[in-house]
Ligand binder design. Structure first.
Ligand code: HEM
Length: 127
């Protein structure tokens, strides 16, 4: 069904699959003692909804992200590269568990990696 000429959003299964992927990812993130404390007090329905919009847009879906700028929302929270890596690891685990093709998992992770410095606040952005 899917081929590499389709948008990544479509290859991952489109709208309903992306909503499930985001839900499953935050279930893991909130179950991870290293990551859960960051989300204490966060309005998770909003975070899940905005994350869906963000990822749908980053994966070439038919959506424009209209939430807060990533640097601003994550600044001052003490998020390190190790947290970012674990977060992405949960995302990859969800995709793999859903049987997403390895090529598409790599594509998705490559796109997330581009946002690392915005999330961790590292100044050494090279692009
Ligand atoms: C590629 C990785 C990530 C992306 C694309 C991302 C994206 C987002 C988005 C779209 C929101 C919602 C913004 C809004 O409400 O308008 C959000 C909120 C949030 N993110 Fe991330 N995020 C990422 C990684 C992380 C990591 C690694 C952490 C911490 C370990 C984190 C912690 C948070 C917290 C705590 C909030 C909620 C802020 C609040 O409303 O109180 N994020 N993120």
């Amino acid at each position: 069904m899917t081929d590499s000429t389709q948008a990544l959003f479509t290859r991952l299964g489109g709208t309903s699959a992306m909503v499930e992927i985001v839900d499953q990812m935050y279930a893991r993130v909130l179950g991870d003692p290293d990551l859960a404390p960051f989300f204490e007090g966060a309005e998770m329905d909003r975070v899940r909804s905005m994350q869906y919009h963000f990822l749908a847009s980053a994966f070439d879906g038919p959506i424009e992200y209209s939430g807060a700028e990533l640097t601003k929302i994550h600044a001052g929270r003490g998020i390190k590269a190790t947290h970012f890596a674990k977060f992405c690891g949960h995302f990859a685990d969800v995709l793999e568990e859903r049987g997403v093709a390895p090529r598409d998992v790599d594509d998705a992770l490559g796109r997330l990696a581009m946002f690392r410095d915005k999330i961790t606040g590292d100044a050494n952005v090279d692009g």
